[in-house]
Design a protein around this ligand. Structure first.
Ligand code: GLA
Length: 705
């Protein structure tokens, strides 16, 4: 290609301008710009300072050392020590879907690099690369990174961190010099290094500022980095971490990077999240998942753990149905020899000692009560104390001769081993074909250490084989919903979501902790894919106690469920569950299709979460008081996202039992409601009631004119 061409990708709120000549460079990514682009060169060509290379160096979509780019390259590899610094020259641009495919080749190195870059109507960018070895001899790929530029005005990051029972925590940090890097080598998406970050201009917040959000759709090892080059330009990279020797390409073979998703908004974090949520609903979730209302769950785990007695479980189901539950799930503990977490993983046969009459009576009982039935599996795992391991000790994902540390007493099965893969498929298929199972919870409870197939590193392929196993199960059983769980929120990302229905956000059912976890998850995921359960009043993971109102309202804003033993609960608690199940069922169409707003508050101890219907005729606002109120008066609630011209009836539809007794008087509107315009709600607002720490109120707004 001789003359550079300009590619203009437009969304509703954003635009990307790419110049493609010998190589491709993003010149602009931000608000849509009007007008002719003919003079862009004059306005954008960079000066060439002294003391550097004698010509301008572009930041291409795959930075190349050979062009004089000194930042982290897009491709690293070699052919027996040669062809290690490829320079790709664009051959062809092809229009695809909502973007372009740019095909380039390095004839000398015998490699081709194909870059896909799309921007859809929800303003979400996606990009990935495919590297192909064109020459004889094996090309050893060390790195293949997706790269997107960030404007030089980006100087602050919002990053994610966490751990088991403490997922989706956020941190802010400056991005002035050097950069930020996160690396995950845990073999699953991980609780610790959730593969996303947000970059923006200093002080960006929920409602204001330019922000660029990034999500790397990969459920294994990854690296994400945001760099400030010495010349002030910034870039974002996301890639799979390949262990030594993991990706070797014979002539004609290719490797494709996972998709990097990104979105720009000039309306702060809410704007960005809303674009990602729309993208998830329109393009990530399979169509059938979006169409169907999400049934309310009762999961047995925290109710009975490994203690399974079918008669008792049926009585739990009876109680669950009476409370309005729509899907009853038997969690861990149902299969042969599984009496604790030390044995039996891999032996996916019903434990006939626990279930002497088989599973059918339980499934039928659940179905007769009008509920769907669900079952827990952890297919990729094996305990040494299992029949499966005794028969196939060579099925471990491990380097022979080394003793790797266990996690929750278990090991991982090598999914590249075809026999093992077929066995797992056959076992899942058996249960799904034999019983009327509507849902499975697909768990993955340990981190992966020294993963190997035939002695060679196998983390990358293991992740791909996991996708293949889920895909194969889904192809045979397309109506079965799958929840992705990994000791809570250890495998939550867009690539899993293309094949699963929802996520178990955390093993922490403490409503207070859940508030923060769920808020963190909401940056990239809409509420309906977030499993959120009402736990027992005495929380198992934190030993805190919360009222049924606070637990109920916290669980309401996700895909709701209950996780406890309803047989043992008091009448009062059961009435509470029934109440929140009813409330969720009534609000579900709104909660699972509306626009999410995280609303800032004048009191840092508040957390405010709203969902507004797409036509702006209805909204619900949850005001949670996470800690002691900072001031004796709590300021104003200013509700955004409504139609300024419409009038709304505002009413409190749920509140703590003691709401009116903790102060001399609460604001009048909390008792009798009020009518306000959307404009008033947004700009003037409503006086906040006073709440005890660890309590919440739910407000509903309905358009009246
Ligand atoms: C993991 C999950 C839990 C539960 C247990 C069962 O910890 O996150 O929800 O299913 O496994 O062993």
């Amino acid at each position: 290609m001789t003359e550079p061409v300009l590619i203009n990708l437009t969304g509703k709120q954003s635009q990307i301008i790419v110049e493609v000549g010998e190589f491709a460079e993003i010149l602009y990514w931000g608000k849509p710009v009007q007008g002719a682009l003919e003079n862009y060169r004059k306005s954008l060509y960079r000066p060439v300072p002294f003391g550097r290379l004698d010509k301008d160096v572009s930041m291409t979509l795959s930075p190349e050392l050979g062009r004089g780019v000194f930042s982290s390259p897009g491709v690293e590899g070699h052919r027996d020590g040669l062809d290690w610094a490829p320079v790709f020259v664009v051959q062809q641009i092809v229009e695809i879907d909502t973007g372009v495919r740019i095909e380039s080749v390095d004839e000398l190195a015998g490699l081709s690099l194909t870059t896909e870059l799309c921007l859809d109507a929800d303003d979400v960018v996606k990009t990935r690369h495919t590297l192909t070895n064109l020459k004889a001899g094996v090309y050893q790929v060390n790195r293949l990174a997706n790269t997107l530029p960030l404007p030089a005005r980006v100087n602050e990051l919002m990053t994610f961190f966490g751990r088991w029972v403490h997922e989706f925590q956020t941190a802010r940090q400056p991005l002035i010099h050097g950069g930020y890097q996160q690396e995950n080598r845990r073999g699953r998406t991980s609780h610790e290094h959730y593969p996303a970050l947000i970059a923006g201009q200093q002080h960006f917040d929920e409602l204001q500022g330019d922000v660029w959000g990034f999500h790397f759709a990969w459920s294994g090892n990854h690296r994400m980095r945001a760099d400030v080059k010495a010349d002030g330009r910034r870039l974002l990279q996301a890639e799979v971490i390949y262990f030594a020797g993991e990706v070797s390409l014979a002539q004609g073979e290719s490797v494709t990077s996972p998709w990097l998703y990104a979105s720009y908004s000039d309306k702060g974090l809410n704007g960005m999240s809303q674009q990602f949520h729309a993208h998830v609903r329109h393009r990530i979730l399979p169509k059938e998942f979006v169409a169907k209302p999400r049934p309310i769950h009762l999961n047995t785990w925290e109710g009975i753990y490994f203690n399974h007695d079918p008669e008792y479980i049926m009585s739990m189901a009876t109680q669950a149905a009476a409370m309005g539950v729509e899907r009853f799930i038997i969690d861990d503990g149902w299969f042969k020899g599984r009496n604790d977490d030390k044995a039996a993983l891999g032996d996916w046969f019903l434990d006939e000692r626990k279930y002497p009459q088989g599973l059918t009576p339980v499934v039928e009982h659940v179905n007769q009560l009008g509920m769907e039935f669900g079952l827990w599996f952890e297919p990729e795992m094996i305990n040494k104390n299992s029949d499966l391991y005794r028969q196939h000790p060579d099925w471990l994902l491990a380097v022979e001769g080394y003793e790797q540390p266990t996690g929750r007493n278990q090991y991982v099965i090598d999914l590249q081993n075809q026999e093992a893969f077929d066995y797992l498929f056959e076992r899942l298929d058996h249960f799904l074909s034999t019983y009327n199972i509507a849902y499975i919870k697909w768990d993955m409870n340990r981190e992966v250490v020294q993963p190997a197939h035939g002695g060679m590193a196998a983390a990358h392929k293991q992740t791909q084989r996991y996708y293949q196993l889920v895909d194969k199960v889904r192809a045979k059983h397309p109506n079965v919903d799958i929840e992705s769980c990994a000791a809570g929120g250890g495998r939550i990302d867009y690539e899993v979501l293309k094949r699963t229905h929802r996520f178990w956000a955390s093993d922490n059912n403490d409503a207070l902790e859940r508030q923060t976890i769920q808020r963190g998850m909401s940056y990239f995921f809409p509420p309906e894919v977030m499993g959120s359960h009402i736990g027992a009043s005495h929380c198992h993971s934190t030993r805190r106690r919360h009222s049924i109102e606070f637990r109920g309202l916290t669980a309401l804003f996700g895909h709701m469920g209950i996780e406890l033993d309803p047989v043992k609960e008091s009448q009062e608690e059961k009435q509470g569950f029934e109440h929140y199940v009813k409330l969720h069922t009534a609000l579900r169409p709104l909660l699972h299709s509306g626009t999410t707003w995280r609303i800032p508050s004048e009191d840092k101890a508040h957390q405010i979460h709203a969902v507004v219907s797409q036509d702006k005729s209805q909204a619900v606002v949850l005001v949670s008081q996470l800690a002691m109120p900072t001031y004796s008066l709590s300021g104003h609630l200013r509700i955004v996202g409504l139609d300024p011209e419409s009038t709304y009836q505002v009413s409190v539809i749920d509140k703590p039992e003691n709401f009116n007794h903790i102060v001399a008087c609460q604001p009048e509107w909390t008792a009798s409601g009020c009518k306000m315009s959307g404009e008033w709600c947004q700009n003037v607002g409503l006086t906040m009631p006073i709440l005890d720490a660890e309590s919440a109120i739910l407000i509903e707004l309905k358009r009246v004119s």
